[in-house]
Ligand binder design. Structure first.
Ligand code: F3S
Length: 390
């Protein structure tokens, strides 16, 4: 990979040891993937923020870094709500370690919005180059916004944040963004809840693997697209997809006239993921809820009391703009948490079966929380949680 003279100087250690290490990471990634050069990025999003996932080894590595990020950078969800961690049942020892992780990131100049939906907080535009690492955020940025980012590992995203550049390869190149498999959905044109798109994504991720799918036969709105992409990134390794007539690059890269493989998925196959197993908790907000999702949950919960624990997750800044909805949700006994999520927090490890409206959570909860999982629409989740009580 070709480096500019000032990039060579960073690599030679003339701007400090941490920047040198970060440039070494970028140079190694660029060389492995055949990048021609480094390109400037607009923002970064760094995963590896929960003490549950990085442990003491990650904390030690972070604590040894001495530099500042050069572009706006946010963190992925951490292992607890920074304000109400006691209400989540987080042990004080875990909370202390988690705060040390946060402090290490803060010293690097990273904004402590801990969310997988940074696009609700900071405007991200079509065509911008980014270095984001959380898989659902990467999928949304690429597919729904039309920005360009590879799925960075935690260290790669952090290196890009500090240097302000990333190697130009993969999804940064227009030629690498073409559809590679056409998923023709039959019977999905009337779906109106995130769960249907999450469940479709769960199946489609297994079909697509790491290919770029092009969907036809669905009419998803923004929250639906978020659910679809998140699930495909979890059950497969999909970082970009297109939907006919909906996503911004679908008109540039139509499947029509191309000879890519075509695979049908029926509404019946998606519905087969539903089951009726008893649950002892409900978790919503994977990825973190949008204002519209919080408002819908509030409407569904109004006048009801939950009979089992209900956890709802969203970015703190989104929660702050939805006070009315949050009040209605909390009046029902459901709890809303910021900074964290059902997968990266240890809080949900106490349950045997968790009901979700997310295809990504459906994929991750068994391994990450050690619980059985049931998927249902947002309305079904609320019905199960309140058992029809008013
Ligand atoms: Fe976000 Fe956690 Fe789900 S990071 S996408 S809420 S697993």
């Amino acid at each position: 990979m070709h480096l500019l003279p000032e990039e060579e100087q960073v690599l030679a250690g003339e701007y400090g040891e941490t920047r040198q290490k970060m440039m070494e990471i970028l140079a190694a990634i660029g060389t492995v993937f055949g990048a021609a050069r480094l390109i400037p990025i607009k923002s970064a999003q760094v995963s590896g923020a929960s003490y549950k996932t990085i442990g003491d080894a990650g904390l030690e590595w972070l604590s040894g870094l001495d530099a500042r990020v050069s572009v706006p950078t946010v963190l992925n969800p951490i292992g607890m709500d920074r304000v109400t961690w006691r209400e989540m049942g987080i042990p004080p020892g875990f909370a202390k370690k988690q705060e040390e992780v946060i402090a290490a990131y803060a010293r690097l100049g990273i904004r402590l919005e801990c969310t997988c939906t940074p696009y609700y907080i900071y405007q991200t535009r079509f065509g911008e180059h980014l270095a984001w690492s959380e898989s659902s955020a990467v999928s949304y940025a690429n597919s729904v916004i039309g920005a360009r980012t590879n799925r960075e590992g935690g260290p790669g995203a952090l290196a890009a944040a500090i240097i302000g550049k990333t190697p130009e390869y993969g999804l940064h190149l227009v030629a690498e963004r073409k559809p590679q498999v056409h998923i023709r959905v039959e019977g999905g044109d009337s779906w109106d809840d995130v769960a249907w798109f999450g469940a479709l994504g769960y199946l489609a991720g297994k079909i697509a693997g790491n290919r770029i799918p092009f969907f036809s036969g669905i009419r998803p709105r923004r929250d639906h697209l978020k659910a679809l992409g998140a699930a495909m990134a979890a059950s497969g390794a999909v970082a970009l997809y297109h939907v006919a007539g909906i996503t911004p690059e679908a008109r540039i890269f139509s499947y029509e006239g191309s000879d890519i493989e075509q695979i049908p998925v029926t509404a019946g196959e998606v519905a087969a993921l539903w089951n009726e197993i008893p649950v002892d908790a409900v978790a919503l907000g994977c990825p973190h809820c949008s204002p519209e999702e919080l408002s819908r949950i509030a409407t569904l919960l109004t006048g009801k009391r939950v009979k089992i624990p209900v956890y709802i997750f969203a970015a703190r800044k989104v929660i702050e703009t939805c006070r009315e909805a949050i009040t209605a949700i909390e009046r029902s006994g459901a709890q809303v948490f910021a900074d964290t999520c059902m997968v990266v927090s240890p809080a949900l490890e106490q349950y045997r079966t968790i009901m979700v409206n997310s295809g990504k959570a459906f994929s991750y909860v068994p391994d990450m929380c050690g619980a059985a999982v049931r998927i249902g629409t947002t309305e079904e989740c609320i019905l199960v949680a309140t058992d029809g009580a008013t």
